[in-house]
Ligand binder design. Structure first.
Ligand code: NAP
Length: 256
């Protein structure tokens, strides 16, 4: 990835993207690198990270470091390495998450703990551990989901963790205002990633999802990346504490 002079919104800035080896995190890493940023991607799967780094091909502007966001000790180690390499962070995209979709009767305590750990505890501690490195005037974007805006029968656990994560945008926008740090959430709709393909495994179910979207199609990771880059950029300098739906209309409208 090369930075181009006409599109360098993130020149001189460093972005940390959790879950950056795949899906929306990967697409956001690619976009921010294209627009001049230095980028740190994290995830649990070391092979996935290695493959992502090869595909992003950004030389010393990219660091791919393993870390499990649900383990504060991993986050401590991660931030130490980021400090050593880049010295600071200007943008955090707290994107890592998992989806377990079942009816409430079928959930186990193990399901509960794993989803809460990744989607809520992980976001909370990612932000907490990034704060000492985050520059004043920086930006945090939290990946929530359309499912906390509209009830989904198999989404009780997932949607509740996403509601909690999105809520952090409001409280942290207030808490970090003295440092000029903006905090926003995004709520993607059905986006064509590994998570979507695993959670909606059959052609029939994907077709039903597609028909549920007012725009009549599943979204792409790049369409989400573009919204994340907007929120992280100076173009959104007065956007703070919001949860931006990037969902083709799925949460708020019924297809005609
Ligand atoms: N796809 C959709 O339709 C959709 C819709 C709304 C919201 N979302 C949200 O969007 C975010 C990105 O998901 P995606 O759709 O792009 O799917 P994805 O490709 O599965 O991305 C999820 C990423 O999170 C990482 N991850 C999961 N648990 C982690 C942990 N404990 N620590 C560190 N990294 C972890 C995964 O890597 P490892 O497994 O290697 O750790 C993976 O790279 C998630 O928060 C998801 O809930 C997705």
């Amino acid at each position: 990835m090369q930075s181009t002079s006409e599109s360098a919104r993130f020149d001189g800035r460093t972005a940390l993207i959790t879950g950056g080896a795949t899906g929306m995190g990967f697409a956001t890493a690619g976009l921010l690198l294209d627009e001049g940023a230095k980028v740190v991607i994290t995830g649990r799967g070391e092979d996935r990270l290695k493959r992502a780094a090869e595909r992003l091909d950004a030389g010393d502007r990219l660091l791919a470091l393993p870390a499990d966001v649900s383990k504060p000790a991993d986050l401590d180690r991660l931030m130490g390495e980021v400090r050593e390499h880049f010295g600071r962070i200007d943008v955090v995209f707290a994107n890592a998450g998992i989806g377990v979709f079942k009816r409430i009767e079928e959930f186990t305590e193990e399901d509960f703990d794993s989803v809460v750990d990744a989607n809520f505890k992980g976001v909370f501690f990612t932000v907490k551990h990034a704060l000492p490195l985050l520059t004043d005037g920086g930006s945090i974007v939290i990946n929530a989901s359309w499912t906390h805006h509209r009830g989904l029968a198999v989404g009780s656990l997932y949607a509740a963790t996403k509601a909690a994560a999105a809520n952090l945008a409001k409280t942290l926008a207030s808490a970090l205002s003295d440092r000029g740090i903006r905090v926003n959430a995004i709520s993607p709709g059905y986006i064509d990633t590994d998570m979507f393909r695993e959670s909606v495994p059959t052609d029939e179910a994907r077709e039903a999802s597609r028909q549920d979207v007012v725009l009549g199609r599943i979204g792409t990771p790049e369409e989400v990346a573009s919204a994340v880059a907007f929120l992280a950029s100076d173009a959104a300098s007065y956007v703070n504490g919001v949860d931006l739906l990037v969902d083709g209309g799925v949460a708020n409208s019924i297809p005609a």
